[in-house]
Design a protein around this ligand. Structure first.
Ligand code: FE
Length: 332
């Protein structure tokens, strides 16, 4: 009980009173409310269904849904990264959903095969370099960054971040454990300095010349793109001659304990539609999952790229191995 009370104090938008309103949906989300709110207002206007957000960190929200069980107010759990969605699926938080519209709108590799969760935006993680001291034509793959050519040139975010665990998982899938470990050891050998705690910090270190190259989610670069101070930061689409650039998702699923599942599915379906996709992905400068949606100027300036089509479900199931591999390779 104490645990729930503490969480109730820490959440941003919802009180702890239990309400029963069939025209009200509750989303527990680790996404920033300002990204989601405008879209939900649009949905309310369109359908009359109110949506409230309960914000918090993903592990706490998952724990809360588990503890609340059948009593939960959550209809939808929305978060980022296939690793996190996969964990939520493994914990039994989600209902299996069968929806033709979701299956048609969202490519198969970007959703759970049992319909537990669905990717709603794509997040590409690729190489960014400083044009002050690196020539883009020398760059190619994530794996190439392990070569001694890049000694003292590389800066990385910590492997404790799930984004890097998912990237490592994608390499384990492509190359196997031992070869991937060699790659990661090579990265560690090439580090110019200690690992960073955020993508933005590491981008600023590259721009400032502390190192030449890093690997980040592209929306962090997009946020700096309009600032002339960071105009030396350039994007390189990794692994274009091979499996393609690593892509992860933000996504959501319908919560098992929800009293309003049919309406929750309808909301997810709407989020996968053209009307919502233009806004949903664009709000955080991510890429839409639905084909044929226009992206903003910064993203279109980077040009089209070949994506790694590995099932994001696999990125989840390989998380544990990825954590172990990073440890063994000395990647902090
Ligand atoms: Fe992020």
């Amino acid at each position: 009980m104490q645990y729930i009370k503490l969480l109730c104090l820490s959440v941003l938008l919802v009180s702890c009173s239990k309400e029963n309103d069939e025209n009200l949906l509750t989303i527990y989300t680790s996404r920033q409310p300002q990204l989601i709110e405008p879209l939900m207002e649009q949905y309310t206007e369109k359908t009359g269904i109110k949506v409230r957000l309960l914000s918090g960190k993903a592990p706490e929200l998952m724990e809360r849904i588990s503890v609340e069980g059948e009593e939960t107010k959550a209809d939808i759990f929305m978060t980022v990264d296939a690793g996190v969605l996969w964990q939520a699926g493994e914990r039994g938080i989600f209902e299996n959903v069968e929806s033709e519209m979701l299956n048609n709108n969202i490519p198969e590799h970007l959703r759970d095969m049992d319909g537990k969760w669905f990717g709603l935006s794509k997040r590409a993680r690729t190489i960014v370099y400083s044009s002050d001291n690196i020539s883009g034509s020398d760059l190619s793959t994530y794996e190439n960054l392990a070569y001694p050519t890049w000694s003292n040139k590389l800066c990385l975010r910590t492997s404790k971040k799930v984004y890097n665990r998912s990237l490592i998982a994608s390499m384990i899938d492509a190359h196997g454990y031992e070869r991937t470990k060699k790659v990661v050891q090579g990265w560690v050998n090439n580090l110019a300095t200690e690992v960073f705690s955020s993508d933005t910090q590491v981008l600023k270190a590259v721009s400032a010349g502390q190192c030449g190259i890093t690997i980040v989610n592209t929306y962090y670069l997009a946020r700096l793109a309009d600032d002339p101070q960071y105009s030396n930061l350039k994007l390189h689409w990794a692994n274009q001659d091979g499996r393609g650039t690593h892509v992860n998702i933000s996504g959501a699923g319908v919560v098992k304990g929800s009293n309003n599942k049919a309406k929750a599915v309808k909301l997810l379906e709407w989020l996968s539609s053209a009307e919502a996709q233009e806004v949903y992905a664009g709000a955080n400068k991510e890429f839409p999952v639905l084909k044929g949606i226009k992206v903003g100027q910064t993203l279109s300036n980077w040009g089209d790229f070949k994506e790694d089509l590995i099932s994001v479900e696999k990125l989840g199931s390989l998380q544990k191995e990825a954590v172990l591999l990073a440890q063994e390779a000395g990647y902090k």
